[in-house]
Design a protein around this ligand. Structure first.
Ligand code: GAR
Length: 185
């Protein structure tokens, strides 16, 4: 199952590349977004669990209930931090794709922060989700060169091209084993 918050172009790549190695069982979002529309257009069950800053614990419980019991939870452009009520149930089988080479530039603005720092190479990281912000074990990374004149938007678009391929390669290499994900890549 896939978690989204926005455009959902990574979700679209995950959907378009489904094969015998994985299927998308459900899409859950914290907000009504294009990702939800993409799921519905593909005939995949989709649910919005509206984020509630006044009741994070309750929201995490509702998220966990909406996710159900999938082999894997894929955070693909999901912009909320998941708390203990969610992670205790899904840690070890929740992965995230991040638009920077972790541990550099974690958080919500990985592309902007890398550009502002002046790095010449950034990229994409797929990692397990733990209780920290983008701190879980790294599964796979690919580099993207920063080009002269890059804006946040132009750099992010080149990174997303890489992310769309990398997340599919990771999912194809993933096997569910006793409630956790084993990924040999
Ligand atoms: C992707 O670049 C993803 O790595 C990023 O949001 C974008 C989603 O694009 N996620 C984060 O920054 C999480 N911290 P999309 O909505 O087009 O799939």
């Amino acid at each position: 199952m896939v978690l989204v918050s926005g455009t959902g172009s990574l979700l679209q790549s995950i959907i378009d590349n489904q094969d015998e190695s994985y299927r998308v069982s459900k899409v859950v979002a914290d907000v009504d977004c294009q990702g939800i529309e993409r799921a519905r257009a593909a005939g995949i069950p989709a649910e919005i669990v509206a984020f509630d800053a006044t009741d994070r614990k309750g929201w995490n419980h509702r998220m966990a209930a909406a996710v159900g019991e999938p082999d894997a939870v894929v955070s693909a452009g999901f912009m909320r931090i998941l708390g203990p009520a969610f992670l205790q149930r899904f840690e070890g089988r929740t992965i995230n794709t991040h638009p920077a080479l972790l541990p550099a530039f974690p958080g919500a603005h990985g592309v902007r922060d890398a550009l502002a720092y002046g790095v010449k190479v950034t990229g994409s990281t797929v990692h397990f989700v733990d209780a920290g912000v983008d701190t879980g074990a790294i599964i796979a990374q690919r580099a993207v060169e920063v080009e002269p004149g890059d804006t946040e938007a132009s750099l992010h678009e080149r990174i997303k091209k890489v992310e769309r391929e990398l997340i599919v390669a990771v999912l194809r290499a993933a096997r569910a084993e006793q409630g956790t994900l084993r990924i040999d890549i």
